[in-house]
Design a protein around this ligand. Structure first.
Ligand code: NZQ
Ligand code: ZN
Length: 385
């Protein structure tokens, strides 16, 4: 196991009817900007629950943060924060609203030339404006981590940011919120969380038995609850397991002391930037090709995953590893998620070259050994056509 340091300061308030506890978490004199997305919270009652909990508080709203939070819209919110002298941010939404709020938390205290520098110059925020979240969509883990991903239509880019000052102070996780989530987004959430675990697990053996077992247990739980959640999102028990699995998949715990890959995400983000494909679906497009392309480097962990998660007992290490990739792809298909780029767009020719060019321009090397060069990414994306 590698050496590590671990600090996660986010307070989790988990369970039925927990949104009513919101007010207690905010400072008495806070001037709050409540941020939300395209309006689902107004239809499903979450908006009313939040506003009831905030009665008597100084609250201003900013709605309209789109899926894949758009920089230009966030800049409008930043102006509001400055004009209204906001002191506290509250995200009510999924990963997009929470990530947008993290960007604002960083941008509100940033004194460089342009807030876009936070993304392009990899500026790590040490102390952002404080914020909390009410999670409405289990998927990204953003509710308990310090990372964010921001999209900019003007430059067709989607870039990551973060820093130790960008953990939410608290996150309220009421599994009942999933009742109103469309099937497509539920499938996305399962796929995203599943791939988060794979990114931190599907590397090479490093004798971190506990981290392996943590990762495998999250994968097993997601496989177990997926059909139940899709069949009946009003069933509280699987909803609770689903929600907590998504948070645990990316709150830093399973990454400690072990190598991380994250190449699937880096390639996937480009597919969202270029084609607007849902984040989770880009991962399902890239992951099978990525594991096949890097088969030799990853086959021991692939085989272990095959044995422990998919109960594959027959054959050699290579056989088990290969069968594990096929099981993974079949799992995505069962969720209704297509795994080829050509299933989503007819304009895929040239995508692999464009992505390789972007990675070259940024000087990126990817993977757990930083050995994956832009030309490798090009081949992987081509395999995924
Ligand atoms: O915008 P509204 O109207 O709220 O509708 C949203 C949106 O259309 C809807 N939704 C959310 N909660 C709902 C609901 N509909 C009905 N009932 C509810 N309770 O779902 C749609 C998708 O929402 P979004 O927030 O975009 O989804 P998700 O949580 O999957 O977030 C995706 C974004 O997070 C980034 C992705 O790249 C993408 O931009 N990620 C963030 C990460 C992080 N911060 O750690 C890690 C991830 O790997 C990922 O990259
Ligand atoms: Zn993800």
């Amino acid at each position: 196991m590698n050496n590590f340091e671990f600090k996660n300061p986010t307070k989790i308030i988990f369970g039925k009817d927990t949104i009513e506890k919101l007010s207690k978490e905010l400072p008495e004199d806070a001037k709050v900007l409540m941020l939300y997305g395209g309006g689902s919270i107004k239809k499903n009652g979450i908006y009313d629950q939040v506003m009831n909990a905030l009665s008597g508080r100084q609250v201003i709203e900013f709605g309209g943060i789109p899926a894949n939070p758009e920089y230009a819209i966030l800049i409008e919110a930043l102006q509001l924060i400055k004009e209204e002298k906001i002191t506290y941010l509250l995200a009510v939404g999924g990963g997009s609203v929470i990530d947008g709020t993290k960007f604002l938390s960083a941008a509100a205290v940033f004194d460089g030339d342009t807030p876009w520098d936070i993304l392009t110059k990899n500026i790590k925020t040490k102390n952002g404006m404080p914020f909390g979240t009410v999670l409405t969509l289990p998927a990204t883990g953003s509710e308990m981590n310090s990372g964010a991903v921001i999209t900019r239509a003007e430059t067709i880019e989607k870039l990551a940011m973060g820093g130790p000052g960008l953990f939410p102070e608290f996150s309220i996780l009421d599994p009942q919120v999933i009742t109103s989530i469309p099937e497509r987004q539920l499938a996305n959430g399962i796929t995203d969380a599943f791939t988060h675990v794979l990114e931190q697990y599907m590397t090479y053996p490093i004798d971190a038995i506990l981290q392996d077992r943590f990762a495998e247990s999250i994968l097993q739980t997601l496989i177990d609850v997926a059909p139940k959640v899709l069949k009946d999102p009003t069933d509280y028990k699987p909803a609770a397991d689903f929600m907590w699995s998504c948070t645990m998949a990316l709150n830093g715990l399973i990454q400690k002391g072990v190598p991380g890959d994250w190449a699937v995400h880096m390639m996937g983000h480009e597919l969202t930037a270029l084609f607007g494909i849902d984040h989770a679906r880009t991962l399902a497009i890239i992951a099978p090709s990525h594991y096949k392309y890097n088969f030799e480097a990853k086959k021991e962990k692939l085989a272990q995953y095959g044995e422990r998660v998919w109960s594959i007992t027959e054959g050699s290490i290579d056989d088990k590893a290969y069968a594990a990739i096929e099981k993974t792809e079949a799992f995505f298909h069962k969720l209704g998620i297509d795994t080829k780029l050509s299933d989503y767009t007819k304009d895929y020719e040239g995508a692999a070259e464009e992505i390789a060019k972007r990675f070259t321009d940024r000087g990126w090397k990817l993977g757990e050994r930083q050995a994956l060069m832009p030309e490798d990414a090009q081949k992987i994306v081509k395999m995924a056509y």
